[in-house]
Design a protein around this ligand. Structure first.
Ligand code: FE2
Length: 535
């Protein structure tokens, strides 16, 4: 619809035609507004429609924010960028004046009005008259809509009524879109939750490192719920000790929070039900430690972990705001707790399987030892010396475990060597040695078939590699390129071999063996390992 001359200049029938046309447009607004896909889209539709129907030059809409301020959300017709500075306090005189009236406010000459305080806007934009109405949904006042002209204009009673009806339609539309936005946000949040849970459970099923799994689950939960921190407290199988995993806390912070959380965890474990505290600081002033106040924790939700119907831990989520937790949020935390419990169960099961498997292999190693009368007990002794070296070197626990397994299995490849050569009482021929030299490779191939023993494959393959590049198998590697475990086992293996009787020679004394290790240090053996072993 184009520009319409002021109503007073129209002939009566023309004026009536225009009014009918405006009312008709008003009737159409509801269905039009319902097609808006977002608040911004709707506001742009409202502004265009309002300027059209009211035949004015400028339209501005303010919406209330969470702090009670009116923020300009959209404007049309302004020549400057003053829109950015048009934030108003809800309690300001002008806003109160617009809000308290049942009918829109009209001002013929804004420049002279004492009610209008946006003087900068009037001067720079050369504005003359205005019409303003509150946007109201039910009892809630959510904003203001204002139209202005650059020439002075007396708004007629019909103009005011139409503007009033238009502001009601606009408020209704905004309310509907906001409801839609809330529903849409909830759906999106739900999708985000499901997606995070899926990622967590995928991670839990893909990885075998329980520490890593629990850390990832807690971190993802903290991010998803925008929590301050998360704490997982798990009772071990004997139920006498606990282990904890935290997210969002420093070491000192975790210590302080665990002290506070301990008693509440016991309460959750006893009851077996979730515990929700909307405001810790007012809930238990004496127990909310300085740390809780300092780091701004306000609310928490704690849920028990169930493993085979037994309570074996508690998952706690600490929030930075006072919060009434929705049922969905508590259910979400319970799902995460279930995932943690499942991961812990799986890890324990895997540990049992690995232990059984290792015992079987240990038995196999003993059988190999038993085949050779002269090397009986050799593997166990190599393991003992290797662990001693690991301890002296400060090797991390995880790698020490790998060295332990590898030392037990280092000669497993001998199952592939002719028993007559293994048990031969005299000196081995060159041909015999060529066959014996195959055992590290055969051993590595056997162990590589067992998934969780993959870490020890290179240790077994290179346990006869010499530090200066000699030894076997091919291709040869030197120095620090030889896996640390292989260099450790090489020293332990040689020391036990020298101090044990062999079919082709007698054992030498420990003193002589030590001298031999020193002599070969830097050539056959890693000098650092020899030094630590002998000290
Ligand atoms: Fe060997």
């Amino acid at each position: 619809m184009g520009k319409i001359p002021a109503a007073k200049k129209q002939k009566p029938y023309e004026s009536l035609r225009i009014q009918v046309s405006k009312v008709s447009e008003l009737v159409d607004m509801g269905p039009k507004f319902s097609k808006a896909v977002s608040v911004d889209h709707l506001l742009s539709m409202i502004v265009k429609q309002t300027l059209d129907v009211t035949n004015t030059d400028v339209c501005i809409i303010w919406l209330k924010d969470n702090n009670g301020n009116l923020i300009p959300r959209i404007s049309f017709g302004l020549k400057t960028k003053l829109i950015r500075s048009l934030k108003m306090r809800f309690a300001s005189r002008m806003v109160r004046c617009i809000m308290k009236k049942a009918q829109p406010v009209t001002i013929y000459n804004i420049a002279r009005s004492t009610k209008f305080h946006l003087k900068n806007l009037i001067l720079k934009e050369k504005l003359a008259s205005l019409l303003a109405a509150p946007l109201v949904i039910g009892q809630e006042k959510i904003g203001v809509i204002m139209v202005m002209t650059r020439t002075k204009r007396h708004f007629s009673e019909v103009d005011v009524k139409i503007f009033n009806a238009l502001s009601r339609q606009a408020a209704l539309g905004i309310g509907n879109v906001k409801l839609y936005d809330v529903a849409d946000r909830r759906v999106k949040d739900k999708i985000k939750e499901i997606s995070a849970l899926f990622t967590m459970s995928h991670y839990a099923s893909e990885s075998v490192d329980l520490d890593l799994i629990l850390n990832v689950i807690l971190e993802k939960t903290r991010m998803l719920l925008k929590a301050h921190s998360c704490v997982l407290r798990v009772l071990d199988s004997s139920r006498k000790r606990t282990f904890t995993v935290t997210s969002g806390l420093t070491k000192a912070g975790a210590k302080a929070l665990l002290k506070f959380e301990g008693e509440l965890s016991s309460r959750v474990l006893r009851s077996g039900f979730p515990l929700v505290i909307p405001d810790i600081q007012s809930h238990d002033k004496t127990k909310a430690s300085k740390f809780i106040r300092k780091c701004g924790i306000h609310s928490l939700v704690m849920v028990p972990l169930y493993s085979k119907r037994r309570k074996n831990g508690v998952l706690s989520v600490f929030m930075p705001e006072v919060r009434i937790f929705e049922k969905e949020t508590i259910e979400m935390v319970e799902m995460v707790a279930n995932l943690c419990a499942m991961s812990i169960d799986n890890s324990a099961m895997l540990e049992r399987i690995q232990k059984d498997y290792l015992n079987s292999i240990r038995m196999l190693a003993k059988i190999i030892d038993a085949n050779d009368t002269y090397t009986r007990g050799h593997c166990e002794k190599v393991m003992k010396y290797s662990l001693y070296i690991c301890k002296k070197m400060g090797v991390p626990e995880r790698y020490t475990e790998a060295v332990k397994t590898a030392s037990l299995l280092h000669d497993i490849g001998k199952v592939g060597i002719d028993l007559n050569i293994i048990r031969k009482k005299g000196a081995l021929t060159k041909k015999d040695w060529n066959k014996v030299r195959l055992h590290p490779d055969i051993g590595a191939r056997i162990v590589s078939q067992i998934g969780f023993l993959n870490d020890i494959v290179p240790i077994i393959r290179h346990h006869h590699a010499r530090y200066n590049g000699g030894g076997y198998p091919e291709p040869r590697i030197t120095g620090d390129k030889i896996p640390l475990g292989a260099r450790i086992i090489a020293v332990a293996d040689a020391f036990d071999a020298m101090t044990s009787d062999r079919p082709y020679r007698k054992a030498i004394s420990r003193k002589e063996a030590i001298e031999e290790l020193k002599r070969c240090s830097g050539r056959q053996f890693d000098p650092e390992i020899v030094k630590l072993f002998l000290n």
